[in-house]
Design a protein around this ligand. Sequence first.
Ligand SMILES: Nc1ncnc2c1ncn2[C@@H]1O[C@H](COP(=O)(O)OP(=O)(O)OP(=O)(O)O)[C@@H](O)[C@H]1O
Length: 278
Amino acid sequence: MPSPAAEHAQEKAPTDGVAARARGLTKAYGQGETTVLALDAVDVDIARGRFTAVMGPSGSGKSTLMHCLAGLDTVSAGQVWLGDTEITGLRDRELTRLRRDRIGFMFQSFNLIPTLTALENITLPMDIAGRKPDPAWLDQVVDTLGLRDRLGHRPAQLSGGQQQRVACARALLSRPELVFADEPTGNLDSRAGLEVLGFLREAVDDLGQTVVMVTHDPGAAAHSDLVLFLADGRIVDEMEQPTAAAVLERMRLFTGRAPRTAETDADVRRVAETAGED
Ligand SMILES: Nc1ncnc2c1ncn2[C@@H]1O[C@H](COP(=O)(O)OP(=O)(O)OP(=O)(O)O)[C@@H](O)[C@H]1O
């Protein structure tokens, strides 16, 4: 059964280049006996023009990895590059500028400003940066995300799925080198979640974006091209062209859950259905 990502595989432009890279990336929280090693010498390349999902049990280091790759958090050891720029060692001001100009973010909680319209929310980061959006690109993003007739609405007048689409448009507007999405479907029902995943997929296939998504949901991960599995702060496995069922099976290996039962088979079917797999 092809995954949603596999269906698009043939149309994708050949990928070359690395959008982000980490070598020996280590992050420890706390000191002495209470030290928690959230990331343990991680080496990773995020391929340009692809949709990468990061999965793993709670506490495995997914958010820490995203934060360190995005320059939102400092590292304890190792190096991180965004494109050709080494971001480890940059000063705060330089990091702020780099995040603003080169990275797009989507969060579970949308993070929209309630008093601004959808359009104002979409253009806000570029307004703050004093940059004018390219009108043709703005049109394309708005139309791709189906937001044309919602641009004058405030967040409270939009459904959760529409709010996340606005957050998606905001993340894409500056044509960032990399879009990080942290549990972007976490607050959505399954239909709205599927819609947002479809748009992220289109952002990669049709708009040439690079997307990294942290998720707990095997159905969401099935929309990616590549799943990285984290456990105890290390990348322990990866899966190309994932399906929800295969991801769920693989996750079981890392969470040490009991062998399959009739009940877990039902889980696999439910997850596959939610992911839109037959
Ligand atoms: N600010 C912090 N201070 C201390 N420990 C932290 C901090 N942030 C994360 N940790 C610890 O680092 C480890 C990795 O956390 P992280 O949030 O990256 O995991 P995660 O895989 O994203 O988890 P979840 O799926 O529950 O969001 C955990 O043990 C966590 O308790």
